[in-house]
Design a protein around this ligand. Structure first.
Ligand code: NIG
Ligand code: FE
Length: 409
């Protein structure tokens, strides 16, 4: 489609997901190329736009939302951890498995052994499953390679997926996921190698959009984490943090000082972390599938986050260990019942707030003039249905960059 071709998408109801959670009944959208030109009540559509539209789509009274954004995934990996899940069902803990050399390192072994093509082929169906639910933007982390070559391989696969599928992918370097066997007992040296050698090279190769650290008693401590955050910020890269998932060691307060885009998990965070994130402008990314699959009972401080006015996003955390799932809609449903998000907070959490968690506010996540024309046409009577159904996908059609990429309106 040419860059300035107008298309009219009419006879719809629109949840814009802007700051006022605006809902527009009997609405229309006009796209110009890959951007939104106009959105509003159809009765108020400017005549000039109506006559210029080269294509007119009748959405039959369907609800339209921004394309969904999965702002935290580890979807590029090889193998599974089904055997470890079976062990956990028998009572072994995630931490105990990790400490005995399994967990993340099990997936590191499988991912290192996979060729780039095998890794792509293993990851593509997971991405396809996310996209079938109306996801149009996905964050993908590395962190199962843990050598320069294998981290690069993972990040290249993420870029290749973005070239093949109708999706925007943001890559995050998570080499600081765990200490690899080559650096056993030398975590400090490992962090310095990432900070001084790998990160600059991977960044120069155009493979890194952000940097993340697993700051945890089975991950990296705050001193180690800080060295990597500083290196990332020196290169101008935004940072994120796996924070307060299994314990509270001050990860969020540290990340906030480095202006982190988001702190993710947060089960063991408190009002103090909620305020630190609010003050730094960071987003609290909640990952209910990991909470559920790990049999966690300690919930993230949603009431405190709400009271502080901290932005909350929800993501799938798709990964082979703590969250072997490919459904953002299921994560959304879980965030309401398990964590207490309202339907309205939930919808914002997988659209506008998820965009902020990726630094993409103003680009995607809201249906407003100038934003990318990424939107979903839903087979629902109201958008509350998005967080209501449990494992039932009501996505009818998806428009990505102004083009219909799935279904038919
Ligand atoms: O988000 N906590 C660290 N990272 C992942 C799990 C990784 C794994 O178990 O493979 C998470 O839960
Ligand atoms: Fe994660």
């Amino acid at each position: 489609m040419s860059a300035d071709t107008l298309a009219l998408w009419r006879n719809a109801h629109v949840a814009t997901c802007d700051a006022h959670d605006t809902r527009i009944a009997n609405a229309a959208l006009v796209t110009r190329g890959d951007r939104i030109e106009w959105v509003g009540r159809e009765a108020e559509l400017p005549e000039g736009l109506r006559v210029q539209a080269r294509a007119v789509w009748d959405l039959g009274g369907a609800w339209v939302t921004p394309g969904l954004i999965d702002c935290h995934t580890h979807l590029v990996f090889a193998g599974t951890r089904a055997a470890e899940y079976a062990q956990r069902l028998r009572g072994l803990s995630y931490e105990a498995i990790a400490r005995s050399g399994g967990g993340i390192l099990t997936t590191v072994r499988a991912t290192r052994a996979a060729s780039e093509q095998q890794l792509f082929d293993a990851s593509a169906p997971r991405l396809a499953a996310l996209l079938a639910e109306g996801v149009t933007t996905v964050e993908v982390k590395s962190g199962y390679g843990l050598t320069l070559e294998d981290e690069a391989k993972m990040l290249r696969v993420a870029r290749e997926l973005a070239a093949v599928f109708p999706v925007r992918i943001r890559t995050t370097l998570l080499a600081a996921h765990t200490v690899p066997p080559e650096f056993s007992g030398r975590a400090d040296e490992y962090i310095d190698t990432i900070a001084q050698v790998w990160l600059p090279q991977l960044h120069a190769a155009g493979l890194v959009d952000a940097v993340d650290v697993f700051c945890e008693r089975i991950g990296f401590d705050t001193t180690q984490s800080e060295r990597l955050l500083r290196a990332a910020r020196t290169l101008g890269l935004p940072v994120k943090m796996h924070a307060e998932q299994l314990s509270n060691i001050g990860a969020t307060r540290l990340a906030a000082r480095y202006g982190a885009l988001s702190c993710d998990h947060l089960e063991y965070a408190s009002a103090e972390e909620a305020r630190a994130l609010k003050d730094s402008g960071g987003v609290a990314v909640l990952l209910p599938v990991a909470f559920y699959c790990l049999g966690e009972t300690h919930r993230p401080p949603v009431a405190e986050l709400r009271a502080a006015g901290t932005a909350m996003a929800v993501a799938s955390d798709c990964n082979p260990g703590s969250a072997p799932g490919t459904s953002l809609l299921l994560a959304l449903n879980m965030s309401t019942r398990l964590f207490g998000l309202t339907a309205e907070e939930g919808l914002a959490a997988v659209t506008a707030q998820a965009a902020r968690a990726l630094g993409l506010q103003g680009v995607v996540g809201v249906l407003a003039p100038g934003q990318c024309a990424d939107f979903v046409i839903w087979e629902v009577a109201g958008v509350e249905e998005l967080s209501y159904w449990v494992g039932h996908n009501r996505c009818r059609a998806v428009v990505r960059g102004g083009s219909l990429v799935r279904g038919s309106p």
